[in-house]
Design a protein around this ligand. Structure first.
Ligand code: ADP
Ligand code: GLC
Length: 522
C-alpha cells in the first residue's frame, strides 16, 4: 500500500513534465529493446472498458483490451487498465488482487452515496485496477439488461475518475471503449473539470455502435447526477425522450476512433449509423478508423497448447490435417481429412449474418463438406444450429457454449472460416483464422472488407473469398467458389493458406497509429 501511494505521488509530481523514468516499475515486464524504444516522453494512458481478457471476455472487446495495451507498452506508453471487479471473474484472478483503498462516492441526482473499492493486479507488466461494488457487479455476467446496466455503468464511469483522483495517478489520456464508458468523457468535462484528473484528454473507441446505453432522460440524469445542459441534442439526448450514453461520450471526447477505416465511413450513413450517423458526420473531423490486430503470442499456431499438432507457414501443408482429424474426432464428425471443413466461431446474434447461413446450410452439405459452429447467443440461432447438428450428425457439429480451447482447435482444424456479417466493425475471427492458415469466407463490410482481400483467380492474389450484398445466394456462391478451388486447384488453395499465415495481423502497425494520436492530443 505504502509503495502504491509513493508511486502515485511520484506520478503526480511528474504529470505534465517530461518524465524520464517510468512512474511505477512494472515487475515482470520484459526489458525493452533499446533500439525499439521511441524517444518521445512517455505518455500515461488509462484504458477504461467493461471487459478484458483473461479476467472476463464476451467478445472482441475483451481481446482488444488485453492486446492493445501490450502493444502500446512497446510504443513507449505507460498503460494501465481500469475495469469492474465482477464477481464472475475467475477465482484464481480474484485471489491475486491487492486491496488499494476505498471511499464513498455520491452518484445520483439526490446525492445517494455508493461504496467504491479499489483492487490492483499486475499481469505481464500491465497494471490493472478493479473497481469493486457488490451491488453492481455481482451478476453472473458482466451485462444483464439495461435496467441494471444503465445504473451500473453510470456508477463505473464516475468511479473511474474518482479512483484516478484518489490514486493520484493522472493520465495524459483516458482511452474509453464502447458505450459502457460513454459517460467518462462527459464527467471529465463537467463534474470533474476542476479536479486533478480534469487535465486529462479523452479518446473513445467505437467497437460496436449497435449498443449505446439508451434509456429515458430522467433515468440517466438521475443515476449519473450530470447537469441538465449535458442532455441537449448535441450531447446525450437522442430522439424525443431518450439519452444515449455513447452519444454523450462521442460529443465530449477529444477524439473518436473506431476499429476499421471502412466502419468509420459506414457509421456516417443511416444504415450503419444506428441513429448516430448525423452526430458522427458532425464530429467527422475527430473520427479515425484504425484496424484491430490480434495478439500473436496467444494466437500462435507454432506454440498453441490447445492444438494436437503445432505448425508454422513452413509446415502447415503437412501438419494442419492432423488438427483437422483431431477436431473431427473431438466433435464426433466423420474422421476424414478429405472433407472440406467450414468453421464458425461467433456470438450468435443478428449482427453475424446467421440468417444467411441458415438459409443455405442445406446446400453446403454435398457429402464432401462439414460445418462446425461454436457460439452462444439468441435462442433462435442456438436452436437452429442444434437442429442441423442432430439432423446431420456426421457432417454438422454445433457446440452451444463459450469454449476457448475448442475455438483454438476450430481455427486450426477447419479449412475455411465463415464470417458473413450484416455489419462488422472489425472482426477478429477472420484475422485469427488467417493466422492459422484457415481461409476466410466473408461479407465485404467494415473490417472484413479491410482485412480480407478477395481471391483473384487471374492474378493469384488475395486472402479469402468474399461477397458484397447481404444475400444468401451470394454467400452460397462464395462458399462454392472456395470449394471449387479447394477440390480442383489444391496448389492454388495451398498458396492462399501460406499467404494468409504470412500476412501481418499483429498489433504493431495499429498501435503505432494510436500512439501517433496520443502524441497529437498531448
Ligand atoms: P465480436 O466482438 O463482435 O463478438 P470479434 O470477431 O471481434 O467479434 O471477436 C470475437 C472473439 O470472441 C474472438 O476472440 C472469438 O474467438 C471469441 N468467441 C466468440 N464466441 C466464442 C465462443 N463461443 N467460444 C470461445 N470464443 C468465442
Ligand atoms: C466489437 C465488434 C467486432 C470488433 C470487436 C473488437 O464487438 O463487433 O467487429 O472486432 O468489437 O473491436
Amino acid at each position: 500500500m505504502a509503495e502504491i501511494v509513493k508511486a502515485a505521488e511520484a506520478a503526480v509530481k511528474t504529470a505534465g513534465t517530461k518524465a524520464k523514468k517510468p512512474v511505477k516499475k512494472a515487475g515482470g515486464m520484459k526489458k525493452p529493446d533499446p533500439a525499439a524504444v521511441i524517444p518521445e516522453p512517455r505518455r500515461k494512458i488509462c484504458f477504461v472498458g467493461s471487459e478484458c481478457f483473461p479476467f472476463i471476455k464476451t467478445g472482441g472487446l475483451g481481446d482488444v483490451m488485453y492486446a492493445l495495451p501490450r502493444a502500446l507498452i512497446r510504443q513507449n506508453c505507460d498503460v494501465r487498465v481500469i475495469m469492474p471487479r465482477y464477481e464472475c471473474i475467475p477465482e484464481k484472478f480474484q485471489r491475486q488482487m491487492k486491496f488499494l483503498g476505498e471511499f464513498n462516492m455520491d452518484l445520483c441526482a439526490d446525492g445517494r452515496e455508493f461504496y467504491v473499492g479499489i483492487l490492483e493486479s499486475e499481469l505481464d507488466g500491465i497494471v490493472y485496477y478493479f473497481i469493486d461494488n457488490q451491488e453492481f457487479f455481482s451478476w453472473g455476467n458482466p451485462y444483464t439488461d439495461l435496467v441494471k446496466d444503465i445504473p451500473k455503468y453510470c456508477y463505473f464511469d464516475k468511479a473511474v475518475l474518482a479512483v484516478l483522483n484518489y490514486l493520484e495517478w493522472i493520465p495524459d489520456i483516458i482511452h474509453c471503449h464502447d458505450w459502457q464508458t460513454g459517460l467518462v468523457p462527459v464527467y471529465l468535462r463537467t463534474l470533474f473539470a476542476g479536479t486533478p484528473v480534469g487535465s486529462a484528454k479523452s479518446i473513445i473507441t467505437i467497437h460496436n455502435l449497435r449498443f449505446q446505453g439508451i434509456y429515458n432522460v430522467p433515468t440517466i440524469q438521475y443515476w449519473s447526477g450530470l447537469p441538465g445542459y449535458a442532455f441537449d441534442y448535441t450531447t446525450l439526448k437522442q430522439g424525443y425522450e431518450d439519452a444515449s450514453m455513447f452519444k454523450g461520450g462521442l460529443a465530449y471526447a477529444n477524439l473518436i476512433t473506431t476499429v476499421s477505416e471502412t466502419y468509420a465511413e459506414e457509421i456516417q450513413t443511416p444504415f450503419y449509423g444506428d441513429g448516430l450517423d448525423s452526430h458522427l458526420r458532425h464530429h467527422s473531423g475527430k473520427l479515425h478508423g484504425i484496424v484491430n490486430g490480434i495478439d500473436v503470442e496467444i494466437w500462435n499456431p507454432r506454440t498453441d497448447s490447445c492444438l494436437k499438432t503445432n505448425y508454422s507457414y513452413r509446415t502447415v501443408l503437412k501438419k494442419k490435417r492432423e488438427d483437422k482429424l483431431a477436431l473431427q474426432k473431438r466433435l464426433g464428425l466423420e474422421e476424414n481429412e478429405d472433407k472440406f471443413v467450414i468453421g464458425l466461431v461467433s456470438r450468435l446474434t443478428d449482427q453475424k449474418g446467421l440468417d444467411l447461413v441458415n438459409a443455405v446450410l442445406a446446400e453446403f452439405l454435398d457429402g464432401n463438406t462439414q460445418f462446425v459452429v461454436l457460439g452462444t447467443g439468441e435462442a433462435r440461432y442456438e436452436d437452429s444450429f442444434r437442429g442441423w447438428a442432430s439432423a446431420h450428425p456426421e457432417s454438422v457439429s454445433a457446440t452451444i457454449a463459450y469454449a476457448d480451447d475448442l475455438s483454438h482447435q476450430i481455427y486450426a482444424g477447419a479449412d475455411a472460416f465463415l464470417v458473413p456479417s450484416l455489419f462488422e466493425p472489425c472482426g477478429l475471427t477472420q484475422l485469427i483464422a488467417m493466422h492459422y492458415g484457415t481461409v476466410p469466407i466473408v461479407r465485404e463490410t467494415g473490417g472484413l472488407k479491410d482485412t480480407v482481400m478477395p481471391y483473384n483467380e487471374f492474378t493469384d492474389e488475395g486472402n479469402g473469398f468474399t461477397f458484397d450484398r447481404y444475400e444468401a445466394g451470394l454467400l452460397l456462391d462464395a462458399v462454392i467458389r472456395a470449394k471449387t478451388v479447394y477440390f480442383t486447384e489444391r496448389d492454388r488453395w495451398n498458396e492462399i493458406v501460406v499467404r494468409d499465415m504470412k500476412k501481418d495481423v499483429s498489433w504493431e502497425n495499429s498501435a503505432r497509429q494510436y500512439h501517433d494520436l496520443y502524441l497529437q492530443l498531448t
